[in-house]
Design a protein. Sequence first.
Length: 227
Amino acid sequence: MILAYHRINPWYGKDALSVTADCLEKQIKYLLKKKFRPVSPYALSTTGLLDFLITFDDGYADNLWYAIPVLKKFGITPVIFLTVDYIGSDHIFDRYRDKEKDRLLNWDEVKNMSGEGVVFGSHSLSHPRLTQIADDRLWIEISDSKKTIEDRTGKEVSFFCYPYGDFNEKVIEMVKKAGYKAAVVTAGVRKSVRDSAYTLSRIGIYGHNSFLAFRMKIWRYLLVEKR
């Protein structure tokens, strides 16, 4: 089971992409209480029904400030998918305004986190809809983002996350060609995409999800997986 988050912070109670650190901790405690087990991303292919992995999209700095301290309490290794061109830049996504609170990680932070065990994957260079761009740019978005993270961290990048969950067979083939070992989407539980290592389905966890909604998403996933 792969959980997909974006931001962890105390500022945006009405932002769908923001979950508070208290909520994240409550959710993790619930999973552990119910005998779910955190798993290394490199063991995805051998995971059992009650194994879980936590991922974050985009690479917000608040992942470092608020998510990592919570995850360290429980010995959980996350995967953070970086929008590479925006790392260490002044760019913030259009829905936000604050240059400090809403910034993405910088490369020093990425390197330090990588050294402490955080796994980084690619979310492309600039977060485009990959099915709507020319082939030459598509290849650059997929392959150059991988190389940049590897150059900056000194570690192989094995995982890719499709921006907007937008992909087709051509995109998948380029992800494979670039050397990624797996790729993820956030599409709830879709049986049609569960069988491929390059279309691993995730459960999206959002700020507007109540604790009840979180539990329902988890158990709905289990019901589908048992079929």
